[in-house]
Design a binder for this molecule. Structure first.
Ligand SMILES: N[C@@H](CCC(=O)N[C@@H](CS)C(=O)NCC(=O)O)C(=O)O
Length: 210
């Protein structure tokens, strides 16, 4: 088993953190997305969509999509539980995870992909790699992400973690978005004290340092 990964990319990081939280150690191989190594013939033989993270299984088949890979490891190693223990908590965590992804991470990455010079001709991840960047999408993505930060702060006013009292995959997705935004020089505003308290708490976990 091997995880194809890229250190600075937020989606592969979601899986790395998930594995670290569960203390699972598997071989990882760095693929350089900026250089387009994910679009080389060799990588496309492993994952024809050309996206990371990609988990190559021992039978040579591959599994992609961050949450699907996490689900696989959650089933194999249920403790510590990161995706919910009973029907309702599984559903709640899944809903929260999706809110973090669709309202936070995706708008942020849309802004990044449509403004980062190396991706000016590859504004959509993976194949087909033929989409030019659109400046309005960069601006709209950033506006949507700023709204997300506000609703995220409001959410954290009444709970310790994104989905309630326990740390979960929803926190991992939010953390990867907010930490990547910092790299894009978009900080959580000073007045968002609940979100900032949460960020400090989650940053201090050994698992998020990967
Ligand atoms: N929904 C997918 C998104 C995967 C994705 O877009 N990954 C980016 C890296 S963060 C990628 O593979 N980019 C390929 C490229 O830049 O061509 C997941 O969660 O795995």
């Amino acid at each position: 088993m091997k995880l194809y990964d890229m250190n600075m990319a937020p989606n592969p990081r979601r899986v790395r953190i998930f594995l670290a939280e569960k203390n699972i150690d598997i071989p990882m191989m760095e693929i350089d997305l900026i250089e387009g190594e994910n679009l080389n013939e060799d990588f496309l033989k492993i994952n024809p969509r050309g996206t990371l993270p990609t988990l190559e299984l021992d039978d040579g088949s591959c599994l992609d999509e961050s949450v699907a890979i996490c689900r696989y490891f959650e089933e194999l190693h249920p403790e510590p539980c990161l995706m919910g223990a009973d029907a309702l908590s599984k559903a709640r965590i899944e809903a929260c995870q999706r809110h973090m992804e669709f309202d936070g991470l995706i708008p942020l990455l849309e802004s990044f992909r449509n403004s980062f010079p190396a991706f000016s001709e590859r504004a959509v991840p993976g194949l087909p790699a033929e989409y030019k960047a659109i400046a309005e999408l960069a601006e709209r993505g950033q506006r949507r992400y700023r709204l997300f930060m506000k609703t995220f702060n409001d959410r954290l006013a009444s709970r310790d973690y994104v989905a309630g009292k326990d740390f979960s995959i929803a926190d991992i997705t939010a953390f990867c978005a907010i930490d990547f935004a910092k790299m894009m020089k978009i900080e959580l505003p000073e007045e968002y004290t609940h979100a900032r308290r949460w960020f400090e708490q989650v940053s201090a976990r050994p698992g998020t340092g990967v």
